[in-house]
Design a protein around this ligand. Sequence first.
Ligand code: LMR
Length: 336
Amino acid sequence: TSISVLKPPIKILVTGAAGQIGYAILPMIARGQMFGPDQPVIIHMLDISPASEALEGVKMELIDSALPLLRGVVATTDVVEACKGVNFAVMLAGFPRKEGMERKDVMSKNVAIYKAQASALEQHAAPNCKILVVANPANTNALILKEFAPSIPAKNITCLTRLDHNRALAQLSERLHVHIGDVKNVIIWGNHSSTQYPDANHAIVTTKDGEKSAKELVANDAWLKGEFISTVQQRGAAIIKARKLSSSLSAASAACDHMRDWILGTPEGTWVSMGVYSDGAYGIPAGLFYSFPVTCDKGEWRTVQGLTVDEFSRAKMEATAQELVEEKNLAYSCLN
Ligand code: LMR
């Protein structure tokens, strides 16, 4: 009888599936941490030919994990087969910056990858497919995907800043010696890069005496405007330095949080940060993928409106928007 309460299976594409984040996220997806414990999944794993044997190994391990929600695994290097009928896509594939490479060289590789995958998704994914871009430069990769998949609504394409959002929650939780689950409503504005603006001005802590402003509890403006921001901005770099690899388990965990909240909804009174296509809210130029505070309901996100923005915040929000304009120009220059 427990079977009868399960929903029909959905198909999820994971690109770059043989990589580090893939290895962390696949079991999370197959255990229901992305779409819920009542949602069976069929996972489509895509990677490039040099990784095909490793990809087969990951498939064997997924099968060997004997996960009841996992109803099928496709491992392929064929982008068309990978995209066929998928309801969701988690884009981990990207070309990493290697020593001695110029920004433009990395950008042009990623533009090529996202252009090809955009066309395949547009032609072969299920209608209303929802896409999360994780690979860097995430915001600009999302923009390229949108440009080359014009029939996919822009609202169905998002990029990951939940990792930064979770890092900001973690910093406040440590500083205030409170449980992470009692902190909410930080904001990541802008790019998933070191220009992002982690903003704790509206953050809330649940205490035994009710909800309190995190800013008032911290009572240290210098920390909030200094070390708090720089720690979150530099956390990815700190992890690379320590691990000699980019963050993977925290990135995978954040990607699950992002998709789960998008599809199943954010709790009442809570917002999260998502990179979404700007409509000009908060004076941010339209036509960029920019991280905003959003609430989600029934698979639709909505930007949180009407938050006060002081002069300090305004300057930081504009600086990260400016970097995105420059990335966009660089990406377009790679197209010519
Ligand atoms: C992270 O935030 O951990 C990564 O985006 C860092 C990186 O450059 O890979």
